[in-house]
Design a protein. Structure first.
Length: 575
């Protein structure tokens, strides 16, 4: 039962156990709510038979009932609400831990707004259903079967008048469950599209204003909002119609009980006390059924959210063992890779990047250079061949062990909206302030940091918006210097920088690259002429391997790249 709850609602193991306990407490709560009716029935029986027990006895029974009801309510609150809020936090923590184990390929094929909606909105809807609907529904189902059995045993005809219509109504609700599920899925899909459009509008404000696209974008957003409102209305109608039909059926059920009970009473086949008891029980069950249908609608409403949470949990994870790497030669043997099946990006790539050497990757745009760096750093996993470090297959090394040995400096640097000091400290979170400052000085950060209002304590803005491209790049290099990993990967880090910034960064790199295994991509071929090894790629395959002078003689692709680079440097604008 616990495993079924876990799978059905996308819960953690602890959450499923707590939900099972909440269902039992809810069932107990429904049973306790019958106690006042039983006391009234006993009191009426005493009055009618003329054998009324002492009023003090009924007073004591009432007091005990009140205490039990209070205890039941308290138990129900703790079993439902308190544990639900803990489970909500656990699910979000679980999702965050899952995201850390997913390969970069997962994020490239899923929208970030889609993931953020799962973490926030989907979990929030599941939280509301857990606290208000699921345990109450399952608890009432158990209670209904218990009471139904007792009523059928007391009077079969009158019991059938209650049980059969209610089961028929429940069956119709169940058969119509796919309608709200389809509508809610379409509605949440539209909400996600709205979220993506708003995020795009916020991120691209510069382009929107530059090309005067404000009015056009506003119309698009209004159309999407109107579409989501229509879907929302359709969802509410499809959810409300079964509930409305159920409400009408419940009222008819009460009428049927009154009609049949009155006939049995007139025929002398049913005592008055039994008739009153069945009426009270029917009213109680009808109240519970009304809540049940609303709760079932909410449970069906969260199906899409639960499915997305489960999909995230079931996404393929990157596996591997924690290992201690001692030697840092990187061997590629027949490596093949494709982002999409049937569209290879890399094919049969083989070479070795040796420790204490600089290996440069060059080639035309789209030849697979950046993809190769992503495979070596295991941001993606390759489909063919092998990549080995210290003789161990890369796929068998945990990402934690691998990332401990790798520093990556990307072309586009990502910074958190934190201080300069804390952004650099990401390279080694346990580093002291003195070590962080030393790395910053080595990366030539001192000059621009001193010009900031609060120095190293200055916030850099969202994704480093308050800094220039060269300043962000130097912070990234400071991170790598602080980490001092034995493998360094550089991806076009000077491609968008001016000459002054490039000079400062090259000075910093001389410290970073010392005695490391270095793999670098650079479109400025002058900067890699002295590399120990140059790997030339074309159309995802290795065209040539060697040093600069050797490749000028053996690789037509490299010759073309060098000539193109020379022409670009010699280009002059004409009037």
């Amino acid at each position: 039962m616990i495993d079924e709850l876990k799978n059905r609602f996308g819960l953690t193991q602890t959450g499923a156990k707590n939900l099972f306990r909440a269902c039992l407490v809810s069932f107990l709560g429904f049973c306790l709510q019958m106690l006042p009716m039983m006391i009234v029935m006993l009191y009426l029986q005493g009055l009618l038979s003329g054998q009324l027990a002492s009023p003090l006895l009924f007073l004591l029974a009432t007091l005990v009932t009140v205490i039990l009801l209070y205890a039941g309510i308290n138990m129900d609150y703790n079993a439902t609400y308190t544990t639900t809020y803990k489970e909500s936090a656990n699910i979000r923590t679980d999702i965050a831990e899952i995201l850390q184990t997913l390969p970069l390929s997962y994020f490239s094929s899923h929208d970030l707004s889609d993931l953020s909606q799962t973490i926030m909105s989907d979990v929030e809807r599941l939280e509301h259903a857990l606290s208000h609907a699921i345990s109450k529904t399952l608890g009432f189902v158990l209670f209904f079967f218990l009471v139904s059995a007792l009523m059928l045993m007391g009077n079969l005809l009158l019991g059938l008048c209650i049980v059969l219509p209610l089961l028929l109504i429940a069956g119709l609700i169940w058969l119509s469950k796919e309608l709200p599920k389809w509508a809610s899925a379409a509605y949440w899909q539209q909400l996600r599209a709205n979220s993506e459009s708003f995020q795009e509008a916020i991120e691209l404000q510069e382009e929107i204003k530059a090309y005067n696209l404000g009015a056009q974008l506003s119309q698009k957003l209004y159309r999407q909002m109107e579409a989501s409102e229509k879907l929302h209305l359709k969802t509410e109608i499809l959810q409300g119609l079964p509930v409305l039909a159920a409400g009408v059926g419940l009222r008819l059920t009460l009428g049927l009980v009154v009609l049949v009970g009155s006939w049995l009473l007139a025929q002398g086949q049913l005592p008055l006390l039994y008739f009153l008891g069945y009426l009270l029980a029917t009213v109680k069950i009808i109240d519970g059924m009304e809540g049940l249908y609303m709760n079932v609608a909410e449970i069906l409403y969260i199906n899409a959210a639960v499915r997305r949470i489960k999909e995230l949990r079931e996404a393929p994870k990157q596996q591997g063992q924690d290992v201690f790497l001692r030697h840092f030669d990187i061997e590629l043997d027949g490596v093949g890779f494709a982002y999409k099946e049937g569209q290879p990006v890399l094919q049969d790539v083989s070479f070795t990047a040796k420790q204490k050497e600089i290996t440069a990757l060059v080639g035309p745009s789209g030849c697979g250079k950046t993809s190769l760096l992503r495979l070596i750093s295991r941001l993606y996993d390759y489909q063919e061949g092998q990549i080995r470090i210290d003789g161990q297959e890369l796929k068998e090394i945990s990402t934690n062990s691998l990332f401990d040995s790798i520093s990556i400096v990307f072309q586009d640097v990502s910074l958190f909206n934190a201080s300069v000091l804390e952004n650099i400290r990401l390279g080694r979170p346990d580093a002291s302030d003195e070590e962080v400052l030393a790395a910053a000085r080595q990366a030539n950060c001192q000059a621009f940091v001193e010009a900031l209002p609060d120095g190293y304590d200055s916030l850099v803005g969202e994704n480093g918006a308050k800094l220039s491209g060269g300043e962000r790049q130097r912070i990234s290099i400071a991170r790598a210097l602080l980490k001092q990993a034995p493998i360094v990967i550089l991806d076009e880090i000077t491609s968008s920088l001016d000459i002054e910034n490039e000079k400062l960064i090259q000075e910093s790199l001389s410290l970073l690259l010392r005695d490391k295994t270095v793999i670098i991509i650079s479109h400025r071929l002058k900067s890699i002429e002295n590399a120990d090894k140059i790997v030339v790629l074309k159309d995802g395959r290795v065209d040539g391997i060697g040093r600069h002078r050797e490749l000028l003689q053996t690789s037509a692709v490299y010759q073309e790249l060098v000539e193109t680079s020379r022409l670009i440097e010699a280009f002059k604008y004409n009037k």
